[in-house]
Design a protein around this ligand. Structure first.
Ligand SMILES: NC(=O)C1=CN([C@@H]2O[C@H](COP(=O)(O)OP(=O)(O)OC[C@H]3O[C@@H](n4cnc5c(N)ncnc54)[C@H](OP(=O)(O)O)[C@@H]3O)[C@@H](O)[C@H]2O)C=CC1
Ligand SMILES: O=C(O)[C@@H]1CCC=N1
Length: 270
């Protein structure tokens, strides 16, 4: 009988590290965390950061896991699953992989009990948001188990249609990268205006954090908050006109849709 608390991670990279960090913060014992990770450097990092021992390849100990977390790149899933299939069929499967459909995971693992999650890297500091989708064979208790597992990493949001996870991936899964690009550009502008890197960083980051917090606390939509910053004939108006002329808003929409398209392609094995 598998231990109800043993969790196995297949792939021990960035996202697995973020989830393991959350588990450790919520008191999960290291002895009940297994990781399969072929890259020695990554195994060492997991040992140093979280005290977790990782194996270079799947072995019989995997059969102890009641929950298997798939955290390899979508392109590595087929190979990784082939090496683990004999041990994982009795477990609840939790995938954080972009694109790969639950049906594919069920076929490769022999378990119909599949939950897909799409977290994001702010999970590392407990400020993430993860979209969740469960196959009908997943029980309410198992859904609650997954929610509890992800709780230390931030918020969760269930979707009823699996395809919606591609949109979640495009919006919040990849989203931190869009925000970091915006911050990088503001810091570059600071540099060109003669401010120091430290000054540019402090001004850009605090502006992002403050504006985000204001938007979260306000009942007004972001468009109204934007208008309140924009004095007639003033500096913000000049900046927004420049962005409008460059098509920045529409370019961001197109970029998010490109990410959604890519998630769907990954799901088809692309
Ligand atoms: N990074 C992010 O912001 C997010 C990522 N995701 C999803 O999480 C998943 C992992 O992404 P991320 O953590 O960034 O990727 P990483 O490359 O950091 O981690 C994946 C790890 O899996 C290892 N691996 C490869 N093949 C196998 C195998 N056969 N068995 C076990 N481990 C293997 C890789 O080792 P090696 O390098 O040696 O190949 C690598 O260390 C992806 O599917 C991605 O879509 C989801 C949400 C957000
Ligand atoms: O770029 C990717 O494919 C993964 C999924 C969401 C964030 N990173």
């Amino acid at each position: 009988m598998p231990s109800p608390t043993t969790i196995a991670f297949i792939g021990g990279g960035n996202m697995a590290g973020a989830l393991i960090g959350g588990l450790r913060r919520s008191g999960q014992a290291v002895e009940h965390i297994l990781v399969i990770e072929p890259w020695a450097e990554q195994r060492e990092r997991l040992a140093q950061q979280h005290g977790v021992t990782a194996l270079p390849a799947a072995d019989a100990s995997l059969a102890r896991a009641a929950l298997v977390v798939w955290a390899v790149k979508p392109q590595s899933f087929a190979e990784a699953a082939a090496a683990c299939a004999a041990q994982v069929g009795g477990a609840l499967q939790l995938s954080v992989m972009a694109g790969i459909r639950s049906e594919t995971i069920a076929a490769a693992t022999g378990s119909q009990r599949v939950v897909r999650a799409m977290p994001n890297t702010p999970a590392l500091i407990g400020q993430g948001i993860a979209g969740l989708y469960a196959r009908p064979q997943v029980s309410d208790d198992e859904r609650a188990h997954v929610e509890a597992l992800l709780a230390p990493t931030g918020q969760t949001l269930w979707v009823d249609r699996e395809d919606d996870l591609d949109s979640v991936t495009a919006l919040s899964g990849s989203g931190p990268a869009y925000v970091f690009l915006f911050i990088e550009s503001m810091m570059e502008a600071a540099r060109r205006m003669g401010l120091s890197d430290a000054q540019g960083r402090a001004l850009a980051l605090r502006t992002f954090a403050g504006a985000t917090e204001l938007a979260m606390r306000s009942e007004d939509p972001p468009a109204v908050l934007r208008e309140r910053v924009t004095s007639k004939g003033g500096t913000t108006f000049a900046a927004l006109e420049s962005m409008r002329a460059d098509g920045v808003g529409e370019a961001i929409v197109r970029a998010v849709l490109a990410a959604q398209t890519r998630a769907a392609e990954l799901g088809r094995g692309g």
